[in-house]
Write a protein that binds this ligand. Structure first.
Ligand code: UDP
Length: 239
């Protein structure tokens, strides 16, 4: 029931790889279906859910730059990639009958509403899932930074960062099987121990504004719901 929910207002960061599923490029519709099932459950709990979606399954600015593109232009291409993902997510949610809106940080008014904070708040008030596309709308940023920024301005209690791993470890669990996972860690400890959670811009924005971050494994079904009920899932990073 709603009364036992630990978090009622969250921002979920889905990276592009969350849409990749079994594929190497683009969108795995079957996998997207599975994610949308979980999102529907979360929505049914009455959680105010905003989702910032990445674009790495299609295009990343840094990769474009390595191939000779102008970095800022490549980043705009990356932002447009997030818009493609947002529309895919909106579509799969709507097919389930979940009401949602895509808002874009870049103006593409035929395709999605422009991001306006007041309107975003009103969508949440009306129980709509909010899908936030095009990151911050600025090159040289990431969707992790966008997720932190939107979590703060939309008064979310926590930023839930979905990943391929179970949380934050003291060393890379892929290279070191004996790696230890933290259940909870402070922002300063993350810096002291030289661990990587998000890029420095996103990280310092969260730390300076006391936004807790939960890093968790998206590929384990039920994790989002568990986390919302305060069960020990992933790693929480706090001040
Ligand atoms: N991007 C950007 N500004 C933003 C957010 C994203 O320029 O505020 C661009 C950047 O090129 C990035 C790409 O969009 O590489 C896709 O976003 P990101 O790499 O964060 O996606 P993810 O890794 O989460 O799939």
């Amino acid at each position: 029931s709603e009364s036992t929910l630990k978090y009622k207002r969250v921002l979920l960061k889905l990276s592009g790889e969350a849409l990749l599923g079994q594929k190497e490029f683009g969108i795995d519709q079957a996998f997207l279906q599975k994610i949308s099932e979980e999102l529907e459950e979360v929505h049914a709990l009455g959680v105010a859910l905003s989702i910032v979606i990445g674009g790495g399954n299609i295009f990343r600015g840094v990769a474009g730059e390595k191939e000779g593109l102008n970095r800022a232009r490549a980043d705009y291409m990356g932002m447009l990639a997030t818009l493609i993902n947002a529309l895919a997510l909106q579509d799969v949610l709507e097919r389930r009958g979940v009401t949602c809106r895509t808002m874009s940080a870049l103006e593409v008014k035929e395709v999605a509403e422009p991001y306006i904070r007041e309107k975003a708040l009103s969508h949440l008030e009306k129980g709509r899932i909010l899908i936030l596309a095009c990151g911050t709308g600025n090159p040289f940023f990431t969707t992790d930074t966008a997720a932190t920024l939107r979590a703060l301005e939309l008064n979310c209690e926590i930023l839930m960062k979905a990943t391929k791993v179970d949380g934050v470890y003291d060393r890379d669990p892929k290279l070191h099987p004996e790696a230890q996972k933290f259940e909870e860690i402070t922002f300063n400890e993350v810096i002291q121990k030289n661990l990587r959670v998000m890029d420095a811009t996103a990280f310092s924005l969260a730390r300076d504004n006391h936004l807790p971050i939960l890093v968790f494994n998206l590929f384990q079904r039920g994790n989002i719901k568990k986390a919302l009920f305060g069960e020990r899932v992933g790693t929480i990073i706090k001040n």
